[in-house]
Design a protein around this ligand. Structure first.
Ligand code: SAH
Length: 356
């Protein structure tokens, strides 16, 4: 299996071309074929000498993902299942903004991308970790989800959230490279402020990313406002409890001068009581953070449930009353297994059954 040409930065291309005795402007030409013209074959790259094309064909592949299936939903959120070259599967979700909800931001088309195959963090409510961890995605496999989703939908993605399968901060080197491919003018050209990396709370990596020059945004999967509750559902909290996490988040806000988003899934009988809302409000205020409340999406095989709508609203109202900006996320994609990891889990189960 060859590495993908899409994984090459200008610096890497320049070094390779120099080794081949080719002029450096060939690098610019190659990048243009890849990212602007969206080439699907190296033979298409007609302004490159045949010898160079042959060399590229021997050393690189082009596309890192192929489309397996799309699941659409009535509100036109679409979920794509992609196969990687080694047969693993990843998923991503395209979420168009509805004008009624977003007003002037109605042109927003958000893609939720995966950063790993499976996940090693074992959050108790999440489908992604049910099958364990397989491997990190490479940068071209991350950015390639955007290319393929744009090709399949005919729409340009202008907002990206790293909230698909996997823990992006556990794959930091490829994440940083993917950020380059996605933001560079020669690449996808999407502004760093339109990228949100979501983490379960990997403290050392949060600090590293805080020192990274790009103004990307940060979301934290909090899901519990006390160590007691968070310990129950997120094993990572034992390693980095809330006090450590919030120290790192304060460092982030100091470095980036940005608002952090706290993601909070509402799970019945676990974290959706008003005592948690009060603690959450205190924590959010200490950071000037905003809170995204998400009623839990049921996962086949897991016992957790969402609270009823009035309880979800009461939780939100308690935050808002304390002066915390909080949104209760409108339902999108419940009918397409949009909770991360669910579609892939079904596909891999199906493949296993077919093989057995
Ligand atoms: N590992 C990173 C990226 C995954 S993001 C992180 O934890 O932030 C995926 C988001 O969806 C996280 O906030 C995760 O907690 C949430 N999630 C997982 N399973 C869910 C479910 N069944 N219903 C609603 N949200 C879920």
């Amino acid at each position: 299996m060859h590495p993908s040409l899409f994984n090459q930065t200008p610096v890497e291309l320049a070094a390779m071309l120099e080794g081949l005795g080719e002029p450096s402007y060939r690098g610019t030409q190659i990048l243009e074929w890849l990212w602007q013209k969206r080439s699907t074959s190296i033979d298409e790259m007609s302004n490159l000498p045949v010898g160079l094309r042959d060399h590229l064909k021997e050393s690189f592949s082009l596309r890192s993902l192929t489309h397996v299936r799309t699941q659409g939903s009535h509100d036109s959120t679409r979920k794509f299942l992609f196969r990687l070259q080694d047969g693993c599967h990843v998923e991503c979700v395209l979420i168009p903004a509805s004008p009624a909800l977003y007003g002037e931001r109605a042109d927003r088309r958000t893609l939720c991308v995966s950063s790993q195959v499976g996940c090693a963090y074992g959050c108790k409510f999440c489908a992604s970790g049910l099958d364990g961890f397989s491997r990190n995605l490479t940068a071209d496999e991350i950015a390639g989800q955007v290319l393929l989703a744009e090709e399949l939908s005919g729409e340009k993605v202008n907002n990206i959230v790293f909230m698909g399968m996997g823990e992006p901060l556990a794959n930091l080197s490829q994440l940083l490279k993917a950020l380059e491919l996605i933001t560079a003018p020669w690449g996808l050209g999407i502004g760093a402020r339109r990228l949100t990396v979501s983490t379960a709370g990997l403290v050392p990596q949060i600090r590293k990313l805080a020192d990274h020059p790009q103004q990307i945004r940060l979301a934290i999967s909090l899901h519990g406002a006390s160590d007691e509750v968070r310990d129950r559902i997120m094993p990572i909290n034992r390693k980095w409890p809330l006090s450590e996490l919030f120290k790192a988040l304060r460092y982030w806000t100091k470095r980036k001068k940005q608002t952090i988003t706290l993601e909070y899934i509402l799970i019945d009988d676990v974290n959706a009581d008003l005592a948690q809302a009060t603690l959450l409000a205190q924590r959010a205020k200490s950071l000037h953070a905003k809170v995204n409340l998400i009623p839990y999406n049921t996962v086949e095989g897991l016992p957790w449930k969402r609270p009823d709508d009035p309880q979800c609203r009461a939780f939100r109202d308690a935050l808002v009353k304390s002066g915390v900006p909080a949104t209760l996320r409108l339902e999108k994609g419940h009918d397409i297994d949009a909770a991360c990891g669910q579609l892939r889990l079904k596909e891999e189960k199906k493949i296993r059954t077919d093989v057995d």
